[in-house]
Design a protein around this ligand. Structure first.
Ligand SMILES: C[S@@+](CC[C@H](N)C(=O)[O-])C[C@H]1O[C@@H](n2cnc3c(N)ncnc32)[C@H](O)[C@@H]1O
Length: 218
């Protein structure tokens, strides 16, 4: 783990940071439209995994729809405490997204929503590892949402009393990572955040190969 990542995660472990962050980001925004669009594509009654859930803005939105089982996952205890305040009825799990395949059964989620995470991945090969694990826990027709900051290189940002390093992506680069992790990209679209341009992707799980075991035993 690089120094920048350590500083970024210690920002999320600060109660002060989380309080200030949630004042700005737990408000209606473009994410609301993205979330609504996402929910239209997820099988009603299935489970949505919101990871990382942060202070719970989207977890709450998914829950209020009334159609889904909703689980928020985050690595920061202060974020999870805030998320529990925001969406008291949701289930929350303190975990690393890298363990998503250990937490959830294979093919158990109708949707996986990964918002605001990959800008923190300096090692872009880790993005593909996470996406493959997400794919593993997703139903056959499940929907994935991912986003990333658009641009070149990286930047250090000081806000909410914390220091974070953000890594940038190109749309084609993110699209290829998603496709190479077992997904078919349905839609790729931009939006403008507070400080940056974002790349957003909706994708479905690619048709999976049937097990070849039958060939061996027949
Ligand atoms: C920028 S916030 C985004 C949160 C939320 N999705 C949103 O859009 O507001 C990034 C979140 O990722 C969480 N996080 C960072 N690395 C993680 C990991 N490996 N596994 C789970 N959560 C992680 C942080 O604790 C933080 O809550």
């Amino acid at each position: 783990m690089g120094l920048e990542i350590t500083k970024t995660s210690s920002a999320y472990d600060s109660e002060h940071f989380v309080e200030e962050y949630s004042k700005v980001y737990n408000v209606p925004s473009m994410m609301q439209m993205i979330r609504e669009d996402f929910m239209k594509q997820v099988r009603p009654g299935s489970m949505i995994v919101d990871v990382p859930c942060g202070p719970g803005r989207d977890t709450k939105g998914f829950l209020e729809n009334g159609t889904f089982k909703v689980v928020g996952v985050d690595l920061s205890w202060p974020m999870l405490r805030k998320a529990k305040e925001t969406a008291p009825q949701a289930v929350f799990i303190h975990a690393d997204i890298n363990d998503i395949d250990l937490i959830f059964e294979p093919r158990s989620a109708g949707g996986v929503f990964i918002a605001g995470l990959f800008q923190e991945y300096g090692q872009k090969s880790n993005v593909s590892n996470v996406l493959k694990k997400a794919n593993h826990v997703m139903e056959d027709n499940a929907i994935l949402f991912v986003d990333a900051k658009r641009g070149q290189g990286s930047e250090v940002r000081y806000d909410f009393g914390g220091e974070r390093t953000f890594f940038h992506y190109q749309p084609e680069e993110l699209k290829v990572m998603v496709e190479e992790s077992g997904f078919k990209v349905k839609k790729i679209f931009p939006n403008t955040g507070r400080h940056s341009q974002w790349i957003n992707i909706f994708a479905t799980v690619n048709k999976r190969e049937q097990s070849t075991l039958t060939h061996w035993v027949s």
